[in-house]
Ligand binder design. Structure first.
Ligand SMILES: N[C@@H](CCC(=O)N[C@@H](CS)C(=O)NCC(=O)O)C(=O)O
Length: 207
């Protein structure tokens, strides 16, 4: 059976587990990373020299790391024409939001997530948290505006691009912090959160 290595509290593991659920292939998830360890062992690093999760391992031993690459692979292999749009323009829009999630929205506010969710109150750097929230607001506004005119990130239907974008939206919308209301983003988030493949993947409260 296909294996997905990685703890479910990792956003990058969440993307892959959600995508595997969407395409409906059986898989086994193996906890790795943080307190679970494993990811820095020589055996794991042979499969992913970065020592990071997620890692996909197929029945024949073929492996793939980098969460968005794994999402694209699973979607292309098992859901071409559906999660993985055949039309190059539709696919490009889906791809765009995947790259934007990783390179823009996530790096902007992850210091706030780490401070508010993974750091005890007495050790928090409030100034760094506030600055990260302010940066995040700018990107949240961009996604909200896009979803004001589109049902999903890639257009009128759910595609692979919604998965990374919704995983980061989940963090943004559930952090214990004040945020500007984003009605379009919240409408889309609630809708994708109701998909059966999300069950057990995006947890609240955040961990
Ligand atoms: N660009 C990589 C980043 C992977 C990454 O940073 N993974 C984190 C978890 S989100 C990790 O493995 N951290 C070490 C750990 O959990 O011990 C991807 O998208 O897969």
């Amino acid at each position: 059976m296909m294996k997905i290595w990685g703890r479910i509290s990792s956003i990058n593991v969440q993307k892959v587990v959600w995508c595997a659920g969407e395409v409906g292939i059986p898989f086994e998830r193996i906890d790795a990373g943080l307190a679970f360890g494993i990811n820095n062992t020589p055996e794991f690093k042979e499969k992913n020299p970065n020592g990071l999760v997620p890692l996909l391992e197929e029945d024949d031993g073929w492996t793939l790391w980098e969460s968005n690459a794994i999402v694209r692979y699973l979607a292309a292999r098992h859901s071409a024409g559906n999660l993985w749009p055949e039309d190059p323009r539709e696919r490009a829009l889906s791809d765009r939001w995947m790259d934007w999630q990783t390179t823009a929205f996530a790096p902007a506010f992850i210091p706030a997530f780490m401070g508010l969710v993974r750091t005890p109150p007495e050790k928090r750097d409030q100034a760094a948290i506030d600055a990260a929230m302010q940066r995040g607001e700018g990107f949240a506004a961009i996604l909200d505006q896009h979803l004001g005119g589109n049902a999903y990130v890639g257009g009128e239907r759910f595609t692979m691009g919604d998965i990374p974008a919704a995983c980061i939206a989940h963090r943004w919308l559930n952090m214990p912090a004040e945020r500007t209301p984003r009605p379009n983003m919240e409408r889309w988030y609630r809708e994708v959160l109701a998909r059966p493949a999300v069950a057990g993947v995006l947890t609240a409260p955040l961990a």
